[in-house]
Design a binder for this molecule. Structure first.
Ligand code: HEM
Length: 502
């Protein structure tokens, strides 16, 4: 009996191992043998080692070369041509990675190309350059409030957590942009708005979901089970540590969005602005729109539109403040273009400033956008990626960090050096390699809004305020873990704030 049982268990196991090593179409690609055997290899670096898969795969590339087999059916490409081939394609997104977010029907979460085209076209008209520029005043109003709030939080020399402050600002901007009403994140003392804090926890929990698909069900739990209808959701929930704390954070984040969406469904007039159609008034009017799609799109917009922009500002402001020569040049350019503080300055003027532009590009380069090895599935048919023939169905991955740290494109890649973007040929040699917004058809849909936000935020913060770094050093930004965006291992950026008087 035991003999039959062991045969039943071990024979398929041995056959699978033998197939993955000797018979699999990826058998010729280099990589650690254990990675070829099991997906648990990646899970170990992602979950047990807490967001270190990217760091480990970077080391594997140093050892094995530009293409590495990092799973039974997965390849990672680190050369810039490989990056472009992966993301310029019309490949589907990798199911295991993206399903974990529970955003299958949102623009960012759709897997299949055909499904994605429908989702993306729903929002296209709100993100054209023309529409974005027409909504500059909506963004500007929130930035004015942001500058005032930095001043009040920093009164009497108190240090301000700029990391949280930027996250609140970008969240209020995207909610004002898409709904005409900011969520009110900037109103919360210390910028400890619950959605901002809980998004961080949720992104960590999602890593575990990637490897335990049963946990996807968690996204369907009605948040009303955990939070009473009149409970104040702007405050952070009582801290619970570890995985349970992160799950609680995710549930809290869901509750926030559920309440927003349920209010809109009960009273669609709330989504309408007196002056314009908003993203949500438009979505509500689409025939057969469901609560589930609204909920997913709202979550995706609030996260995609908030976190990446905030992290770019956070990194950029740190590096500028950390280098007096760069700070001086930027201030001189801004003061020359904008001599009278009380006279407003617009995006069209700011985007013509060459040094400010160089600072923003360098901030995007060193914050990377999404750092994860975002997976795509080759097909239909095989493909040539980074010079290698890859069979249909293979999961192919790369990361913007591979491009941004490539020393042949960006010499001394670790150095924050805006000047590199001012070289006469930078437009041809560097601009095509700025990969923070990704590339190809699934490039960031909010790219026009993101550029406008970055110009206005950098311009206003550096022209209107004198900031000084408080208790934060370059060591705090040396290493990061990969939780979709870079989560730095050091202390968050803190600054003291003094208003500029002229
Ligand atoms: C500095 C700011 C930003 C950066 C660096 C950035 C970066 C990215 C990246 C790397 C992707 C590709 C993700 C993937 O392939 O899975 C993406 C997608 C997306 N981003 Fe952004 N993003 C920024 C700001 C924004 C803003 C302000 C919005 C506005 C809501 C936005 C909306 C989206 C959407 C909807 C997608 C999905 C596009 C698609 O799959 O077709 N992003 N973004």
């Amino acid at each position: 009996m035991l003999y039959i049982f062991l045969t039943c268990v071990t024979a398929p196991l041995i056959a699978t191992i033998a197939w993955r090593i000797l018979g699999h179409p990826l058998r010729g690609f280099p990589g650690p043998p254990v990675a070829a055997l099991t997906g648990l290899y990646a899970a170990y670096w992602d979950v047990v080692k807490y967001g270190r898969l990217l760091e480990h795969v970077t080391e594997l590339h140093t050892k094995y070369g530009p293409v590495v087999r990092i799973g039974p059916n997965e390849l990672s490409f680190c050369d810039p041509k490989g990056f472009l081939d992966v993301y310029s394609s019309r490949f589907a997104k990798g199911t295991q990675f993206y399903r974990a977010f529970g955003l299958n029907d949102s623009v960012v979460g759709t897997i299949e190309f055909s499904h994605w085209k429908i989702a993306r076209s729903r929002l296209n008209k709100f993100f054209s350059r023309r529409v974005t520029i027409s909504l500059e005043s909506v963004v500007q109003t929130t930035i004015d409030k942001f500058v005032r709030r930095l001043q009040s939080e920093g009164a009497n020399g108190s240090p301000v957590n700029l990391f949280l402050a930027f996250r609140c600002a970008t969240l209020d901007i995207i909610s004002a942009y898409s709904l005409d009403k900011p969520l009110g994140a900037l109103d919360v003392p210390g910028f400890k708005y619950s959605f901002v804090v809980n998004t961080q926890k949720a992104l960590v929990a999602v890593k575990v979901f990637t490897y335990v698909p049963l946990l996807y069900l968690f996204h369907s739990i009605p948040s009303s089970w955990a939070f009473a209808p009149n409970e104040d959701l702007s405050a952070e929930p009582v801290s619970v540590t570890g995985f349970m704390g992160r799950m609680k954070g995710m549930l809290h984040m869901h509750a926030h969005v559920d309440r927003l969406v349920d209010n809109l469904l009960a009273n669609p007039a709330l989504a309408r602005s007196q002056h314009r159609e908003t993203i949500f008034s438009h979505l509500l009017e689409i025939p057969n729109m469901t609560r589930s799609i609204l909920r997913q799109e709202a979550t995706a917009l609030l996260i995609a539109g908030g976190d990446t922009t905030a992290i770019t500002c956070n990194i950029g402001v740190f590096y500028v403040l950390n280098n007096p020569a760069i700070l001086h040049k930027l201030k001189i350019e801004l003061c020359t273009a904008w001599p009278e503080l009380n006279t407003p300055i617009g995006y069209p003027t700011l985007e013509k400033l060459s040094y400010l532009t160089a600072v923003i590009k360098e901030s995007l380069r060193l914050s990377h956008g999404a750092v994860s090895l975002l997976p795509r599935v080759v097909g239909p048919g095989p493909a040539v990626i980074g010079g290698s023939s890859v069979p249909e169905g293979t999961v192919v991955r790369s990361s913007s960090t591979f491009v941004h740290y490539n020393s042949e494109i960006f010499p001394e890649p670790d150095v924050f050096n805006p000047e590199r973007w001012l070289a006469s040929d930078a437009h041809q040699t560097l601009d095509p390699w700025l990969a923070a917004f990704s590339k190809g058809p699934r490039i960031c849909q909010g790219i026009n809004l993101a550029w406008m936000e970055l110009y206005l935020l950098f311009g206003h913060v550096f022209r209107k305020l004198d900031l000084q770094i408080h208790d934060t050093t370059i060591d705090d930004f040396k290493e990061f873990d990969d939780f979709l965006i870079a989560v730095y291992r050091g202390k968050p950026l803190q600054v003291t704030v003094t208003p500029c008087t002229k």
